[in-house]
Design a protein around this ligand. Sequence first.
Ligand code: AMP
Ligand code: MG
Length: 278
Amino acid sequence: MRVSDLLRLPAGPVDLHRFDPAATPGFKGGKQRARKAVPELGDRLATLQEQLYAEGRLGGRRSVLLVLQGLDTSGKGGTVRHVVGLVNPAGVHVASFGVPTPEEREHDFLWRIRRELPRPGRIGVFDRSHYEDVVTVRVLDLIDERTWRHRYDAINLFEERLVADGTRVVKCFLHISPDTQRKRLLARLDDPTKHWKFSPHDLDTRERWDEYFTAYADALERCSPDEAPWHVVPSDHKWYRNWAITNILIEQLETMGLHWPEPDFDVEEQRARLLGMP
Ligand code: AMP
Ligand code: MG
């Protein structure tokens, strides 16, 4: 069974407590085997990405958008480094979304998102996304309920159009346990080279764990259509997270029917011409 199918959010009411963050669906073996498997998968991913890039260079319109969401330390940055880092950076566009700037606040919540969408042939990666605008804003009570509820429809419409325009939307929720977060936050405090990754605000967020889980559950449940479904990726084990997301990306690219573009010149003619040159 494909990892995409194993981790795909089932239809119906969502309770994130029912997903085990330490599970390793579809993978037999442990850390060492997974770490060994990823570079090989990386070759496959890099080939598919190059085919997508080539298609874009020759006028194709298609692209991929990987949306990463998850609480602090869930591994969004690590996924960019270890998974997205397997492919040619020239074909990738990574965007991260923090607290909206004054300029961003003057616009609709999707304004800053649209500006970072991948161009044809590219793989776009969102480290946080428009889902912050139905999760964080809700938990922190930054806007009224009517407004954030209305945004579910806006997001569904936005993603539906994106898909119709040729973007494969791949959404991954990186699911960790409170224990794992405690360990990872402690590691950030213990290591001076990781202090920059820590923010006291992370502890405010941690205090509202259940509220975040409720808000995430609603957002995932309301915005997981067949064309752009959510995947819940157990992320207590970094090696599983990397292995799983690499597979999901490969599987999604494989369903796009990519191939090396046909040359628009006569190969033999060009070869003869080249060989005839001094
Ligand atoms: P980091 O990803 O660690 O750089 O943190 C970014 C911070 O920005 C997180 O605390 C997010 O919750 C916050 N953030 C991102 N988008 C929004 C948003 N639309 N409204 C409010 N806070 C946001
Ligand atoms: Mg952070």
